[in-house]
Design a protein around this ligand. Structure first.
Ligand SMILES: Nc1nc2c(c(=O)[nH]1)N[C@H]1C(S)=C(S)[C@@H](COP(=O)(O)OP(=O)(O)OC[C@H]3O[C@@H](n4cnc5c(N)ncnc54)[C@H](O)[C@@H]3O)O[C@H]1N2
Ligand code: MOO
Length: 376
């Protein structure tokens, strides 16, 4: 397909990579994987009623006689407790240490509000409640919730492994570039960016603008997904078309109706590995990675598609394509464009905290807009 819309191209990307296998991981290795089934509370959360403060458990009205025993509290009695400890049966409230005064073994304080500073069992969830749904990404906080209720090992799909290939005869890996050379900005940028988008770069290669070398390098890989940067143009020097022809790739889209990044393309190799070809211009490469890598990852992991977030435009945004992606910043007036957003530069994205998804025809100040959140 030539020049599908941005949304159509995301759907094509989502369908390009078949689901990965289900594996079992410990919670320590679960962050970034995707739940394959609903994960439920194995008991109430919190699992027991506990004190929220260091102080005294009290029963009945003040004053209270300190009770050194272990049994239930009776009216007019108090017993020292620490945060997180189970208060004795009969506790009406906890008096924090700073709110009580001891004279000898008698505790004085204001009349307690029943239940004050007591954290009841089951306050957050009951046994069997769904804590993480099938298709949700395991975040650090979700893993913490699962740990609280006693999960140890869970069934997930892992992040897809990526074979990243950066192309370009003109690229130099270090130092200040001279005319005719270009310092490679994507080798340091793409692996962490792809990681933040749910992929994991397992192999990184650099190849000259030679279709034969590019096809051979890609065919020799065994990651789940191939991502190349550069060479998507239609000049004789651009190797993507010829490399795809050499490797019998099934082209799913060749160009997308978007700016920047119009030449971004997707094919599937005969062995089933998708090959996402990002343009070489650094802003075009990063914007197209932000657009299509999450969709490819969702296909592999079964993650529920992440919808772009909403914001309010604080300025006018133009689009002469189906979709224009504009680096922007949140301000009190809404999101506004950052600097000059040029495909061959990257400064605007470096200063942006969102990317605004501008539909054809543009949007005006005060309009609701969808945005991509920071992964860069
Ligand atoms: N006649 C036309 N020319 C171009 C068109 C077009 O439609 N007709 N489209 C332009 C657009 S849009 C883009 S985007 C680029 C696509 O370029 P390629 O994917 O072929 O990328 P390259 O030619 O390899 O590089 C483009 C540009 O980016 C620099 N680059 C490449 N890799 C890196 C890197 N790793 N780090 C830093 N900079 C990099 C490269 O030196 C070039 O300046 O084509 C337009 N042309
Ligand atoms: O759209 Mo290109 O992606 O202008 O750089």
């Amino acid at each position: 397909m030539t020049d599908p819309s941005w949304a159509e191209a995301r759907d094509l990307a989502r369908a390009a990579l078949p689901r990965g296998e289900i594996i079992s991981v410990t919670l320590a290795g679960a962050v970034g994987t995707v739940a394959t089934e609903d994960l439920r509370a194995l008991g109430p959360i919190p699992h027991a009623t506990t004190s929220a403060m260091d102080g005294w458990a009290v029963c009945g009205p003040a004053p209270w006689q300190l009770d050194p025993d272990d049994g239930p509290l009776s009216a007019g009695r108090a017993r020292a407790v620490v945060t997180g400890a189970v208060p004795p049966d009969g506790t009406d409230a906890i008096v924090p240490s700073e709110a009580g005064r001891l004279s000898g073994d008698v505790l004085h304080g204001d009349p307690p509000v029943p239940g004050r500073h007591v954290r009841p069992a089951g306050e957050e969830a009951q046994e069997g409640d769904v804590l993480v749904s099938a298709g949700q990404v395991l975040t650090p906080a979700r893993v913490g919730v699962l740990a609280m209720t006693g999960h140890d090992t869970i069934a997930v799909r892992r992040a897809p492994l990526v074979h990243l290939v950066v192309t370009g005869d003109e690229l130099v890996p270090s130092g200040v570039p001279q005319a005719g050379h270009v310092r490679d900005a994507l080798t340091p940028t793409l692996p962490p960016l792809l990681g933040a988008l749910g992929g994991k770069v397992a192999r990184l290669d650099h190849v000259r603008d030679d279709p034969r070398a590019l096809a051979a390098k890609v065919v020799s890989g065994d990651a789940d997904l191939v991502i190349t940067a550069g060479g998507t143009g239609h000049s004789a020097a651009d190797p993507i078309d010829a490399a795809w022809a050499r490797s019998n790739a099934d082209v799913r889209f060749r160009g997308v109706d978007m700016r920047p990044g119009h030449p971004v393309s997707l094919a599937v190799l005969p062995d089933g590995r998708p090959w996402l070809a990002l343009p070489g211009n650094p802003l075009a490469a990063t914007m197209t990675a932000l657009s299509f890598v999450p969709a490819l990852v969702e296909g592999f992991t079964g993650a529920v598609p992440a919808e772009p977030a909403w914001a309010v435009a604080g300025a006018a945004f133009e689009s002469r394509a189906d979709t224009t992606l504009v680096p922007a910043r949140h301000t009190a007036a809404g999101v506004v464009p950052v600097g000059r957003s040029r495909p061959h530069l990257l400064t605007a994205l470096a200063d942006a905290d969102v990317v605004v998804i501008v539909p054809r025809g543009g949007i005006g100040p005060g309009d609701p807009v969808q945005v991509l959140r920071r992964a860069w």
